[in-house]
Design a protein around this ligand. Sequence first.
Ligand code: 26Q
Length: 821
Amino acid sequence: MSSYQFNKEEFKQEVTSNVKNLFRRTIAEATPKQVFQAVAYAVKDVLIDEWIATHKEYEKEDAKTLYYMSMEFLMGRALGNDIINIKARDGIREALDELGFDLNVIEDQERDYALGNGGLGRLAACFLDSLATLGYPAYGCGIRYKYGMFKQEIKDGYQIEVPDDWLRDGNPFEVRRDEYAVEVKFGGYVRTECDQYGRNHFIQENYQSVRAVPYDLPIVGYGNNVVNTLMIWDAEPINTFNLESFDKGDYQTAVEQENLAKNIVEVLYPNDNHYAGKELRLKQQYFFISASVQRAVNKFKAKHDDIHKLPEKVVFQMNDTHPTVAVPELMRILLDEEGLTWEEAWDITTKTCAYTNHTIMAEALEKWPLELFSRLLPRIYQIVEEINRRFVERIRQTYPGDEEKVRSMAIIYDGQVKMAHLAIAGSFSVNGVAQLHTEILKKKVLKDFYEMDPWKFNNKTNGITQRRFLLHGNELLASWVTDKIGDEWITDLPHIKKLALYADDEKCQQEFMNIKYQNKLRLARYIKENNGIDVDPRSIFDVQVKRLHEYKRQLLNILHVMYLYNQLKDNPEMDMVPRTFIFGAKAAAGYKIAKLTIKLINSVADVINNDKSIKGKIKVVFIEDYRVSNAEWIFAAADVSEQISTASKEASGTGNMKFMLNGALTLGTMDGANVEIVEEVGKEYAFIFGMTSDEVIAYETRGGYNPMDIFNNDQDIRRVLMQLINGYYAPNNTELFRDLYNSLLNTLSTSRADTYFNLKDFRAYAEAQKKVDQAYRDEKWWAKAAIMNVACSGKFTSDRTIQQYVDEIWHLDKVTVDMDE
Ligand code: 26Q
């Protein structure tokens, strides 16, 4: 296989000429931002041939194609990743040097593509990277939000949400594909017509519609000439203000259609792991699903006559329940447009759709009110009704007389459409995202479904791409690893196991710790520039970065910081390794307790960072606007990875894997993929604490526990909690943190006191933290443990995850692309 040969002089010329054409400037006059644009277009020029060649090959092979349907793709930046994957990074760095620019600065000009919230969206992005690198035919299907995840600013310790106008300067990599635009219909009513053969036809009338236009983004495989496509849909008005409308006095409808189109793709909902039954959200879901399913069916039909063979060539993977309307939408097309019988259509649909579950938390489950659902999607609603009718019939046949089963499993119940139930009924595969999570699904949350169709259920433990999170994010460590063991790890991460041979070697330990130190310096510079805080790169970098959510327990972390600070105040000579507690987190805009937790972290930081008496032994840093691009540097610099969710609540976690890959030690609960991380690296090289998922679930069944007992018996904890309401961290407003205090101690009308067992796990957490402090003093041990974490991270590549999806669910064939042909 020949791959792209980089030609430095040609590249320099192209960049120079791009600057000229785009900005009417010479390269010497160009700003870094302009150079970024020019470089991006030059890179696209290279990609485009591979992109075309890849799709020619797919056509030629008539390859089965995956459509990964997701409301979110948290891509981060493209340029740095793409030039790594075409293996031109060193060449481009040199070329830019010679033109007088620093590649790092140029990369830093690109906006993050923040079309996602957190784990689920980033997982989709890692999967696309692995699919391209492994050479599997796949599309990502999503929405081209005008505004992605908001930018976070911290003002006076509070989170402020600023719109993310990511397309303002245009996106050099995207390609608008007007020729593939399709129509998507909303509302109106369904008229039934009986034809001469006695068959019913369903005609949607008086609807509003929008034109869905796909934009393609290239997804570059690593060194294999494969370029896949992320297809994101924009909405445009159809026939706006056409004469016909005016004549009919339909001015109102025309205006409404225009507004519908404008609103639909306006903004990503910034809720993570939380369902909000907003009408616009359902519109977004149907919009991109209808468009994607139409496109997939059209593409299939262009080559094949027999629609019954669709499952041989097409598979839809639904990323959580958000894309579940794909099930009734495919049914609609097969019934109404292809004229199939219900049985035929259902057979095809349930062989084409597969569903991934990402959460067991009740508040995240999507349930749409029937009134809303039927009004917005009248034909889809009819189909869901019929799916439900037949499904309930099947439940009754399987469990005669057991109406409890119907109650718990029906798709339509309590005046709602339960999307998870629809997804399970309509899919041939239902998977969880880590072993523990899948077991909880089977034994608890989806027990009834598992018992009825056990064959559908399977586990696919999440993974991450080492190309972005080591090769790009941590160049120093990546080169070191390659020096030691060769570069196979880039496409075959389990090879990294060979590093274990060096874990005991003192020279290697020193090299490793020195690299970690360099990365800590880099992060310290970033913190200084962005937060104005001086941190000591010799201190332990203890990091918790992830969305802010009560179950993730950032509160436990900061309560422990408050406790440590109290100890230091009592005993300024206390012997402890200096520690920098680093936080990064966005809170959903309407999530009060989460936002208050951010304020608390910043208030604690203010007090502690300015207290000279503790001699800098503790620093607290809240990194503003945590996102994919700065995450890459944060992981590289971390010593301790905080993965402290209430056991059973974190389906998998993927940040935990990124830390491990970068040689941080996990301080965590036995939750999600932490369990498998510990299984790989061994308990001795991690700090595990707290209740197990079984214990948590047992308490929950009993209705919780009484945190007051702990409050009354543990004076250290009591002191910390009192500081929430005595103005210790808010001298001007003693009531500021009252709600946090109440969430821990008072039974609120909405939930149990301390729903997430912060106080119950506090002592165990403090003990584990103490062990971290002790362990870090033994530098050799720490270096060895860190190297062992890197060495044992092989399982957690998304390449492995994708290969399992391919082998057990998708059954795709690998394609090779040769650029010589
Ligand atoms: C639903 C309805 C309306 C509005 C928003 C939502 C919504 C949006 C995003 C619901 C859930 C999400 C995101 C969930 C998520 O990120 N889950 C995480 O998925 C990761 C990848 O599998 C896991 O590693 C994490 O454990 C899980 O929390």
